[in-house]
Design a binder for this molecule. Sequence first.
Ligand SMILES: [Zn+2]
Length: 345
Amino acid sequence: MLKRFQAVPGTGAVWAATFYVYVDTPWRFRSKEALWKYKDPFATPLSTRRFVARFSLMPLAQPGVEATYMATQPLKLLILGAHPDDAEYHAGGLAIVYRQLGHTVRMISLTNGSAGHHQRPPETLAEIRRAEAAASGAVIGAEYLTWDIPDGELVPTLEVRRMVIREIRTFAPDLVLTHRPYDYHPDHRAVGQLVQDASYLVTVPNFMPEVPALYRDPVFAYMADLFTKPCPMTPNVVLDVTEHIDLIVRMLACHRTQVFEWLPYEEGVLDTVPADEQEKLGWLRRWYLDHIRPRAERFRDLLVTAYGPQRGWQIEACEVFEISQYGQRPDALRRAELFPTARIA
Ligand SMILES: [Zn+2]
């Protein structure tokens, strides 16, 4: 069930109690030791601006009419995908929203994508895909990195876990998105497992002491998949990406070896890809919508609850996220902050 935010009169006592908690709690847990021991979401000292913004918006945290809450300081989003193109396919809309608000987005493909073609040899393909990914990130002013692990060979080893932990510690993201560890592709499953394995250890100073540990976990969340075994996804964030479709398609179009070659070849529709560049974009837009529509259908109940029946039944393209039980457990305001313009359960 989704909760919306509404200003409700007569909640002065709640405000006062909340104010007390905000003022009082950070001082109790100020020491570094206490910060990571208690992992209290309020324990990290808040900047004055952030404090005032959060306090002034507390009356909105009541069930009812929707409100939009935006972060008052820059956020960092890290998307850890298995292959170049996973990030924008599953979370391109949220990445666009982040960039529109001036936040930082870093997308990483853990593998080099070397297996994704029927004609191009692996070494050549890996280099091409590195450039394609960088170009896709440039469309929205985001960094898009490709690691050197061969496509199809990603396993959750200690070595790669260390790489993931190093990345999270040094980039220090507010939000990390990744695949669930239940997915058709072994690389997707491996990334999900690796991020789970890293989620606690990023705060443990004695693990990899050469890279300073984080005091507080980021929020980890899973990107959408439609698999149901061993358990289906239970999203608590939904984002209508209708207004971002054109930009998502422009990002996807950068992955030419995939969207215009390998994927249509694999699906047996290579002969339908137009030669003309402009027509290619239109074709890709239809391809993207055809592939993304089942996601909206799967989570239709959520869309209808979140956006109301009139809009909820019409949405064809959405992104959904499930906040992981590992890592930071964000309160309602933090969720609204980390998923701007989305609807939060
Ligand atoms: Zn993938």
